[in-house]
Write a protein that binds this ligand. Structure first.
Ligand code: NI
Length: 190
């Protein structure tokens, strides 16, 4: 078990475009994944990219608990099991985007409203070297887009379209309550 330090925004290693990994994957890659899992578990996040621990390789891990996925009508809500995705590619399956709150272990203490594609297909290799191809929506799609951005040296604030919605975690709840309170009279009029 090795918990690695997570690099923070400003560290040049977070700006580098990650290199692809060539299968078959050996002990070095297995050890990297184990260190990333240990590091993620220690801080309680939903995803981590290898560059965040200073390894400039095209590998991300993520895990989305069922209660984090928005319920869609008629859809069975299931969690996304712990996934290792190597050399990923993302293809949007719709032009639709939506805003959602994101945080990042490399940008601790802050949250921002970020537009992301609502429906994507992601593909790449699993740890066993086999091709993965998965269709994802909503929060699942958001997590994958966020993690894969790290492989191109992009952090979520750069995806934001309105920097007024970058704020401290402690302010988000009050901000949302304020927003709801302000929009209530308008709803009452309908
Ligand atoms: Ni991140």
């Amino acid at each position: 078990m090795a918990i690695r330090d997570i690099l923070k925004m400003g560290n040049p290693a977070l700006r580098v475009r990650a290199e692809p990994l060539i299968p078959p994957f050996g002990d070095e890659v297995y050890q990297l994944v184990q260190d990333m899992r240990d590091s993620l578990e220690a801080v309680g996040g939903v995803g981590l990219a290898a560059p965040q621990i200073g390894i400039s390789k095209s590998l991300v891990i993520f895990e989305v608990p069922a209660d984090r996925i928005q319920r869609e009508e008629g859809e069975i809500v299931e969690g996304v099991p712990s996934t290792v995705l190597i050399n990923p590619r993302i293809e949007p399956l719709s032009d639709d985007t939506e805003l959602g709150w994101e945080g990042c272990l490399s940008v601790p203490g802050l949250r921002g409203l970020v537009p992301r594609h609502t429906h994507i297909r992601y593909s790449g290799l699993g740890l066993n070297g086999r091709e993965i191809s998965v269709e994802a929506r909503g929060f699942h799609a958001r997590v994958v887009q966020h993690e894969c951005d790290h492989l191109f040296g992009i952090l979520y604030p750069e995806r934001m379209t309105d920097m007024r919605y970058l704020m401290y975690e402690s302010e988000v709840q009050a901000f949302m309550e304020d927003l709801r309170a302000k929009s209530e009279p308008a709803r009452d009029e309908i």
